[in-house]
Ligand binder design. Structure first.
Ligand code: SPV
Ligand code: MG
Length: 543
């Protein structure tokens, strides 16, 4: 007994799809496109194929439809279109850019670029658009038949479609000549005949169809006889309708309207909402695919996150009567906005702000929030713990922790972010007159002032009255993944001891330093915290 092997259908090539559309029993439609974007829009609309129009590709390049763009320049555009869409593309090949020899090379190169078919017209290079002037000179019928034969002989894919375009009616020649030319081109191997007309009605098209009798599929371009009901094209047995230039024309209308509006208004107000969104652009060009691919191919880079402690009331009199200190305005922007911008500039875009006092006043686009509703009777570490409890992953590395009332230059943050240490603190080495400050730092050695001295300093203690202070903590710390784990362990330990609610950050760092290396990085100035009204005034100069 013979084994019956299953028949596996080979995937149909784009040429195959175009051939099916043109030879199939249903009226097919090709929609004009002139670049990658419009090709995508044709596909999005549901069309089964694209007409790569010579007129609109030229115009979109700012050129006339007179072979001003070289054929290789057109080829480049076609490549973008073929990449941008999966649809079969029928290219307007004009006259074939020369004689039979140019046509063969054109067909070969189109095939290599995934183009499904080409249409060539029986005129002379350089061509003129069919709607310009009268009685354009036509190619010799035999010479043009040779172009067709050469094109068919050059195709690598059997399904590649060559459409022969008859311009006899455009050039006011009699119907008999149109039919004679169609016959000669069909005999030379053309897969379909495009019969073109610039009349406002389709009478001559229908007459051609009647007399042609479907010896080969008929393609039409009803730009001028647009009023003819599509149903009549069906009844006439036409194979394919080309909507030849309408995406370019509609974009000209839209672009003009938008440009004028913005020019006259000197504003985007009237235009926003009427134009495609930037998100729409990202969607059309497939940014989601790129994001997926990045996950597959790029090494995972830790995305640093930040927690900003901004729960306490602060005491700046009137300024903090109905908002916390982090929302105090410094030259048109809140402290928090400035802090978040500084973070973003260093690539830290995942920011959780712990709110407490006047929490509804803490409003900023793009931040996450956690709440310490017991801000009045608890300390900073309790606030930090709330971030961890309320926002997934907030206390995992790479993590920056900052007070909500500090400002600092980006290089300080950048320096912490690039540190190899698991816990690193930004410390100002200038201690004169800062004795009463709460966040004084004692490290195993102070700042030497020698820039070649990169011996890492390690924290011994932090607090209000440390002996032998070597600097002041700026309220900015960074934890690696390991450091963040130490932090979570220490929070858990303090909680178990019942000491979490009252713990502050100096206590946390002192305890961490007893178990793990806590690195101190020295800076001199270029930061400030805002504790008093005179600090607010100073902050205005700082920005
Ligand atoms: C084109 O779209 O470039 C065409 C059709 O060739 S027409 O402009 O009608 O000649
Ligand atoms: Mg054209």
């Amino acid at each position: 007994m013979n084994e019956i092997s299953p028949i596996v259908a080979a995937p149909v090539s784009r040429s195959g799809l175009l051939r099916q559309a043109i030879e199939g029993p249903d009226l097919a439609f090709l929609m004009e496109a002139h670049n990658g974007l419009s090709a995508k829009i044709v596909e999005e609309a549901g069309f089964g194929g694209i007409w790569a129009s010579g007129l609109t590709i030229s115009a979109s390049l700012g050129l006339r439809d007179s072979n001003e763009a070289s054929w290789t320049q057109v080829l480049e555009v076609l490549e973008y279109m073929a990449d941008a869409s999966s649809l079969p593309i029928l290219v307007d090949g004009d006259t074939g850019y020369g004689n039979f020899n140019n046509v063969r090379r054109l067909v070969k190169k189109l095939g290599e670029r995934g183009i499904a078919g080409v249409c060539i017209e029986d005129k002379l290079f350089p061509k003129t658009n069919s709607f310009l002037g009268e009685e354009q000179p036509l190619a010799d019928i035999h010479e043009f038949a040779g172009r067709i034969k050469a094109g068919k002989d050059a195709q690598a894919n059997d399904d590649f479609v060559l459409v022969a375009r008859v311009e006899a009616l455009i050039s006011s020649r009699p119907m008999e000549e149109a039919l004679r030319r169609a016959e000669a081109y069909h005999a030379a191997g053309a897969d379909a005949i495009l019969i073109h007309s610039k009349k406002a009605d389709a009478k001559e098209i229908f007459e051609f169809c009647r007399r042609w009798g479907n010896r080969a599929p008929v393609v039409i371009v009803p730009t001028k006889y647009y009023g003819t009901p599509t149903e009549l094209f069906r009844e006439a047995g036409i194979s394919t309708v080309i909507w030849a230039n309408h995406l370019l024309r509609s974009s000209i209308t839209a672009m003009r309207e938008t440009a004028r509006r913005i020019h006259d208004d000197q504003s985007l107000m009237e235009v926003e909402g009427r134009v495609a969104t930037v998100t729409d652009i990202f969607g059309i060009v497939g940014n989601d695919e790129l994001e997926e691919a990045e996950k597959r191919y790029l090494p995972e880079t830790p995305r640093p996150r930040a927690v900003v402690l901004a729960a306490s009331a602060g005491d700046l009199g009137e300024l903090t009567r109905d908002k916390p200190k982090c929302m105090v305005d410094v030259r048109g922007q809140s402290l928090l906005q400035r802090l978040v911008t500084t973070f973003a500039d260093s690539g830290v875009r995942d920011v959780t702000v712990v709110r407490g006092y006047a929490k509804d006043a803490v409003a900023l686009k793009g931040i996450k929030t956690a709440d310490n509703d017991r801000y009045a009777e608890t300390g900073e570490l309790y606030s930090l713990a709330q971030a961890g409890a309320q926002v997934e992953g907030a206390l995992s590395g790479d993590l920056v922790v900052a007070y909500g009332d500090v400002l600092f230059r980006n290089y300080i943050l950048d320096s912490l972010l690039s540190s190899k240490a698991d816990v690193v603190l930004a410390v100002d080495s200038r201690t004169e007159g800062r004795g009463k400050v709460r966040d004084m730092v004692a490290a195993d050695h102070g700042f030497s002032g020698n820039y070649l001295d990169d011996d890492p300093a390690l924290l011994s203690r932090m607090g209000a009255a440390v002996d032998g202070a070597t600097g002041e903590w700026m309220g900015l710390a960074r934890f690696s993944e390991t450091g963040a784990q130490w932090l979570r362990e220490e929070i858990a330990a303090l909680e178990a001891e019942g000491a979490l609610e009252q713990a502050d950050l100096p206590m946390l760092f002192t305890r961490l330093a007893a178990k793990h290396p806590v690195r101190v990085k020295y800076f001199q100035g270029h930061w400030m915290d805002v504790d008093t009204l005179s600090d607010v005034a100073a902050a205005r100069n700082f920005t």
